[in-house]
Design a protein. Structure first.
Length: 158
């Protein structure tokens, strides 16, 4: 049996934090703010909340309109999260552990939405910046930053 390293526990903790924050923000958008689909709520500067249902993967890519594809994406997300959790378990360095924790949490957060609603709740909208046309969520952001951390770590010398 392989024991979990300290960095592995950090990755798991961060993943749990991401899932919690992701689900809390989505609950707030749906149940507290009650933002209707395509409804927009200005926040500050170029940031606004615009709620959409995303049936695809991150940033609306690969739309999945059928139930079989929906559940396939749930299984795929859970499988990726499981593989990354196994990798994180043995991690000896902080940077990749943090990256893995962010990706695991983001994958699980979006998988929960897909299983519950049939689509992912996206709401963070910075389109007024003029160069970023996608609407996304906390889970998508975590996945993106997690990949960046893994790429940065891969450039590091041993």
């Amino acid at each position: 049996m392989i024991r979990v390293t300290r960095q592995g526990w950090s990755a798991y903790g961060l993943a749990a934090l991401v899932v919690g924050l992701d689900q809390l923000t989505k609950y707030w958008i749906l149940s507290v703010l009650r933002l209707p689909e395509y409804g927009t709520h200005p926040v500050a500067g170029p940031l606004q909340f615009t709620r959409i249902w995303n049936q695809g993967v991150s940033f609306g890519l690969l739309q999945a309109g059928q139930d079989l594809v929906r559940w396939g994406l749930v299984v795929f997300s859970l499988g990726i999260a499981g593989l990354l959790a196994a990798w994180a378990r043995t991690q000896g360095r902080a940077l990749p552990a943090l990256g893995l924790g962010l990706i695991i949490g983001g994958a699980l957060g979006n998988a929960i939405d897909r299983a519950r609603f049939g689509a992912v709740v996206d709401f963070i909208d910075v389109q007024r910046l003029g160069f970023f046309p996608w609407i996304f969520n906390v889970a998508d952001s975590a996945i993106t930053f997690g990949v960046i951390l893994l790429l940065l770590d891969s450039l590091r010398r041993e």
